[in-house]
Design a protein around this ligand. Structure first.
Ligand code: BV8
Ligand code: ZN
Length: 247
């Protein structure tokens, strides 16, 4: 039985997946909790290409409000604990987040993959112009358009859209290298309900590559059964201790 800490030794490789729950104690609403983000809006309306085509002003007002909230939020001790673990493990560590709020980067995380994109980037809905940093709060009318005439949109992966292959490849490579290394491999999910794929499937992939799998979550998650160990608690209260990084 562990001492309530993640088994991280000299050669252990650690892959962490975070969700909205890790930013909850920074004051940012989660998606499916009470009063979650989706409550005000059906998912199809605010996080899908169809919803954007039907009512781009509603979608932009939803994402501009979330940009404002994220700008006003601060990283918390759980974000900082992951940045400290990265400092300690270096290239034996990778953080994949479903969150788009930018708080992991602001806490100092660099070995970070944002699998659902970022609130802080905008891209064109019609051409291949690269996404660009954007900290404005479009609400329209008029909504911002690209030089090609198409509407600009948040650089976020919506339901029914594919994840960026560059992000999924870096996660797959980390798991494959860990699996083939003979080193101990730990997978930890923090603050996610395990609802949304392909992110919710990473625990199964990690197990395939021999990972010891852990879940730290406030409530039981959909895919909790896939984990070797589950710790029920809040990210701020439990994560620093779980990682052996107190304070
Ligand atoms: C894809 C955008 C291939 C960014 C998001 C039917 C039709 C079409 C598609 C599907 C379908 N069935 C399945 C699918 C696939 C779909 C999917 O999985 N749907 C689910 C709902 C069934 N996935 C996709 O569409 C993905 N693309 O599969 O492409 C394809 C193509 C066409 C057709 C089929 C497949 C794209 C998925 C990405 C969607 N974009 N968001 C944004 O606006 O933020 S997902 C959205 O949910 C957020 O990104 C969020 O991160 C993510 C997951 O939610 P969580 O992070 O887990 O948050 P949640 O509120 O759910 O849970 C928080 C947890 O924290 C709770 O459990 C709570 O207990 C805990 N907690 C709270 N406080 C704390 C805490 N824990 C610790 N401490 C605390 N203090
Ligand atoms: Zn364009």
């Amino acid at each position: 039985m562990s001492d309530g800490r993640l088994p991280i030794g000299e050669r252990t490789r650690v892959l962490v997946l975070t969700g909205a729950g890790i930013s909850a104690e920074s004051g940012l609403a989660t998606f499916r909790g009470a009063g979650g983000l989706w409550d005000g809006h059906p998912v199809e309306q605010v996080a899908s290409p169809v919803g954007f085509a039907e009512d781009p002003e509603l979608v932009w007002s939803f994402y501009s409000a979330r940009r404002r909230d994220a700008a006003a939020a601060e990283p918390n001790a759980a974000h900082r604990a992951l940045a400290a673990l990265e400092e300690r493990l270096g290239d034996r560590f990778l953080l994949a987040t479903q969150n788009v709020d930018g708080l992991h980067a602001r806490a100092g995380s660099r070995r970070l993959v944002e699998v659902h994109g970022s609130l802080w980037r905008t891209r064109c809905s019609g051409c291949m112009r690269p996404a660009f940093a954007d900290a404005t709060y479009p609400v329209g009318p008029p909504l911002p358009r690209c030089a090609c005439g198409a509407l600009l949109r948040p650089d976020i992966v919506w339901f029914g859209e594919l994840l960026d292959p560059a992000t999924t490849r870096s996660i797959d490579r980390f798991m494959r290298d860990a699996g083939g290394s003979g080193d101990p491999f730990v997978f930890l999910a923090v603050g996610t309900s395990g609802n949304v794929y392909p992110a919710a499937g990473y625990v199964t992939a990690a197990r395939f590559f021999g990972a010891d799998t852990w879940l730290l979550n406030l409530d039981p998650a959909e895919n909790a059964g896939a984990f070797d160990h589950t710790v029920e608690g809040s990210a701020v209260q439990s994560l620093p201790r779980l990682l052996g990084i107190d304070g």
